[in-house]
Design a protein. Structure first.
Length: 496
């Protein structure tokens, strides 16, 4: 520890956000550029260097958090970058997008605010790029083996980079016109500007990864053709089969899935479209779903100039502090959190019918009603108790010109005759593609990484899966591996 008393003398300070009135007028990241640098060394000094760092266990990557906290506190950014990249291929992604289960597992969090681990991580990553510490690392020799990675989200990219550095020739197939998966078309730019993705893709390209975009395996190239061209295949196709809302009126125009809405906004930011076909400008928007995807829709609708935005969460309002009897430390607790989008909605008063942050908790959708042209005009809801039973007399309607369904996902897409059917893969009880503890399917040489096998999860788990699956592929191809294995295919987060 650079300062043994830092956790006693220094209060927690997080990255400052730009003023709401400024940031909702653009799509730039919400944080003040360079705002971490004046505070981050003393924040890193709050790390206790505890004897058993539970932040390691809470992070599936096994990030060496106390080590790089100490290095930042001592102003040794290069070594901090080396230790960070030793376990994480893309720390600027996780530092922006991960909800930081490591902070929930911080020993300091037992009775004080946790160390700002996520902020320290992203500060190291950004400093590494600014100082030129991050460079391409092509392999010294090639094995002559070839691997196809299907899907270019964080799991696919991590697997591709690890396998390329091991000396294999890797091609990444992506059905969209640009690589990145949900990082490209799903995560709004105000959460992560696409320049961070672009420079990682450039690094991978310089290391030897080949990208094949606008190619859907199972349609443009059959699974049999893919297997005949490559020695091994990694399926990192995500869990993009969205959940539906089966209530009366669902067929009305103006009701869309969140992942139909968010990619269009990303395409506007990329210059592909002058305006989104689902633009929320001047509309009363209701978002069904209380998770991060719903919050992304909220921030997007606010920036598009919606007349009002309300977000429905079927769960009751969480507590402000951890309930140790229900969610003991070091598990990740369900707490009331104010994201940047909720802060914006609250300050701008976008949802007069909802709570201050635009959310209606313990609210369940009953039906939709529309006009004579078949367009949605109202969402009817009812309050529910903890068991999701309706509370008598709480029915009401919200004006709705645009409804966005953010209800999560239940597994990978499975078109009849598509990739999964062509390979003859089964599914497990959770809806993911079936695989053994070593990420291998029943089809020789075919492996599954990321949400396709795990189910809907976090970016940090996706990267861990990609790294671990790469090690399994390397071992299958060569009989041994020196690649790290941070997790097993069936490992799960700590739960109460």
């Amino acid at each position: 520890m650079a300062d043994p008393k830092g956790f006693l003398t220094t209060p927690r300070r997080e990255a400052p956000r730009r003023p709401v009135g400024e940031r909702v007028r653009d799509w730039d990241e919400v944080y003040v550029p360079g705002g971490l640098l004046p505070i981050i060394r003393t924040q890193a000094d709050r790390c206790m260097d505890c004897g058993i760092p539970f932040c390691h266990e809470a992070c599936p990557l096994g990030n060496l958090i106390p080590e790089w906290n100490d290095l930042v506190a001592r102003n040794d950014w290069r070594t901090a970058s080396d230790r960070l990249h030793a376990t994480n291929n893309f720390p600027e992604f996780t530092g922006r997008l991960c909800p930081a289960p490591c902070e929930a597992g911080c020993v300091l969090a037992i009775n004080q605010p946790a160390v700002t681990i996520k902020n320290v991580e992203v500060a190291i990553a950004d400093r590494a790029w600014d100082e030129g510490f991050v460079t391409a690392r092509p392999p010294e020799r090639h094995t002559g083996r070839t691997v196809a990675v299907v899907g270019s989200g964080p799991a696919g990219l991590a697997a591709a980079q690890q396998l390329t550095r091991a000396g294999h020739t890797v091609a990444v197939y992506e059905r969209d016109d640009r690589p990145g998966g949900l990082l490209r078309y799903g995560i709004p730019a105000f959460k992560m500007e696409k320049r961070h993705l672009e420079r990682r893709l450039a690094q991978l390209t310089d290391e030897g990864v080949r990208f094949r975009t606008s190619t859907e395996i199972g349609r443009d190239l059959t699974a049999a053709e893919l297997r005949s061209r490559y020695d091994a295949v990694v399926l990192a196709i995500g869990a993009t089969a969205w959940r539906e809302l089966d209530v009366p009126g669902r067929q009305l125009a103006g009701i869309h899935q969140a992942m139909e809405y968010l990619p269009l906004a990303d395409r506007v930011c990329a210059g592909d479209l002058p305006v989104s076909p689902l633009d929320a400008a001047g509309k009363h928007v209701v978002i069904v779903g209380g998770g991060d995807t719903g919050a992304d829709c909220l921030g997007t609708a606010v920036r598009e100039g919606a007349a009002s935005v309300t977000q429905l969460d079927i769960y009751g309002k969480p507590h402000d502090v951890r309930d140790e009897d229900v969610e003991p430390w070091p598990t990740y607790p369900k707490l009331y959190r104010l994201s940047a989008a909720h802060e914006e909605a609250g300050e701008l008063g976008t949802a007069p019918a909802a709570d201050a942050d635009a959310r209606l908790f313990a609210a369940s959708t009953l039906r939709f009603t529309g006009d004579a042209d078949g367009r949605v005009r109202a969402l009817h809801l009812v309050e529910v108790d903890a068991a999701r039973r309706p509370r008598s007399g709480t029915d009401r309607a919200l004006p709705a010109d645009l409804v966005l369904l953010a209800l999560g996902f239940h597994g990978p897409e499975r078109q009849v005759g598509g990739l999964v059917d062509q390979l003859g893969l089964g599914v497990d009880a959770r809806g993911g593609l079936a695989r053994d503890p070593g990420f291998a399917t029943e089809v020789p040489g075919v492996f599954v990484a990321g949400d396709a096998g795990r189910g809907q999860s976090l970016v940090v788990w996706a990267i861990a899966e990609g790294r671990a699956a790469a090690a399994a592929v390397d071992r299958w191809l060569t009989g041994t591996t020196r690649l790290p294995v941070p997790i097993g295919a069936h490992d799960r987060p700590m739960t109460p």
